[in-house]
Design a protein around this ligand. Structure first.
Ligand code: ES4
Ligand code: ZN
Length: 379
């Protein structure tokens, strides 16, 4: 401090306090002021991130037929209606069989670009600000498509989404757990030239009989490359798979994870660790994890203090994109209110792999949205 300031200046402690003072905290958001009748509009309008979307599961029947024609592939369905009619799933495997067959129309870079661009259009309508996008390279490389073709097309769509919609995004390479460890290791090797385009790795496909342990080494290698690690666990598989995804794969998020509720000590463990679950309600109902939406155990997950986000999983197959998931879930579960909507939107940013500045900007926008809604309701 300069000598000339010393006499007239306040005591040092006050100066120091003033210099580091943060603005007074705004009053808490008055969630109780927001009635359930306003929820559909609020759910649509609130900014959000999507952390669990398989981009191949966003391929709508119309685009699937257009790509089939472009690539001279004959689909075993007469038309779009016949294909949609086949989407009557009984479990995860019955869905996966159609999902992998559907992906067979994807061959060239523009196909991947068109698919992901169509998804981003829908995401923009749903006020999605950030996307962490799963893709299944083995579904494509197994048919002779280059890893680079897939990643180039997806990345071009990601770049365009930022330019056109201001949506940030990243790619998460998923290993297919029904295939071997060696095939997963080879897939990671094939992805090395594109490593700078990847946010992380994930684990998906048929869960039962394919425990996380099978992929311990490939996840360890991915971690050594500085990639984030997430894994599907506890969708159809038992709670033990959630534990091994955490302990063996070092998963930073659990995709689905709903079956943790069968093991209260695991729920407590997840809550203590603060590991988020990316829950996909429409998927869970379509794949018969729950009989209907009213039976979804999302409220128990939230009341147990778990970090939970809502996601669309495979929106072209499960009856809706992200906002549809929010709307149908809140409509069917009367115990959910504005506070839960905020918690899940907030968690979507907190659980994402974005940097602190971007996260703070999204949270500030979310807070403004809820304050505005509470004030409007009171007025
Ligand atoms: C998936 Cl719903 C679901 N579960 C597991 N793997 C998947 N891949 C695409 N959708
Ligand atoms: Zn999934």
């Amino acid at each position: 401090m300069s000598a000339s300031m010393s006499d007239s200046s306040p005591p040092l402690s006050t100066v120091a306090g003033a210099a580091s003072a943060t603005p007074p905290a705004p009053p808490p958001i008055d969630f109780d002021a927001i009635p359930r009748a306003r929820l559909p509009e609020l759910l649509r309008r609130m900014p959000k991130a999507e952390l669990h979307i398989h981009i191949e599961g966003s391929l709508e029947p119309e685009l699937m037929f257009a790509l089939a024609e472009r690539n001279h592939i004959v689909l075993p369905y007469a038309d779009v209606e016949a294909l949609r009619a086949a989407y009557a799933f009984t479990d995860l495997q019955s869905f996966l069989d159609l999902y992998y067959a559907g992906a067979s129309v994807l061959l060239r870079e523009p196909d991947y670009f068109d698919m992901a661009s169509a998804y981003f259009e829908r995401a923009a309508q749903d006020q999605v600000r950030h996307v962490e996008m799963f893709f299944d390279p083995q579904t494509h490389t197994g048919r002779g498509v280059d890893m680079g073709t897939v990643i180039d097309g997806l990345m071009r769509a990601c770049d365009r989404a930022r330019e056109q919609h201001g949506i940030s995004s990243g790619l998460i390479l998923c290993f297919l757990r029904h295939l071997s460890e060696d095939e997963a290791l080879a897939t990671l090797q094939q992805a090395l030239p594109f490593r700078h385009h990847l946010l992380g790795v994930g684990l998906d496909s048929s869960e039962r009989g394919h425990p996380p342990e099978k992929f311990a080494r490939v996840f360890e290698q991915a971690g050594a490359l500085g990639l984030h690690r997430v894994a599907h666990a506890g969708e159809e598989g038992p709670p033990e798979y959630i534990r091994s995804a955490l302990d063996v794969l070092k998963a930073e998020r659990i995709d689905h994870g709903v079956r943790c509720l069968e093991d209260p000590s695991l729920v407590a463990h997840l809550a203590a660790l603060g590991v988020p679950l990316t829950v996909c309600p429409l998927s869970n109902v379509r794949l018969r994890v729950y009989g209907d939406m009213a039976q979804h155990r999302l409220p128990e997950l939230l009341r147990a203090g778990l970090k939970v986000t809502l996601n669309s999983d495979d929106p072209a197959y499960f009856g809706g994109y992200l906002n549809q998931n929010f709307i149908e879930t809140f409509a069917a579960l009367p115990e959910l209110g504005a506070r839960d909507a905020y918690a899940m939107a907030r968690c979507s940013f907190d659980a994402s792999f974005i940097d602190a500045d971007a996260r703070a900007a999204h949270v500030a926008e979310l807070d403004r949205c809820f304050r505005h809604c509470a004030a409007e309701t009171k007025a």
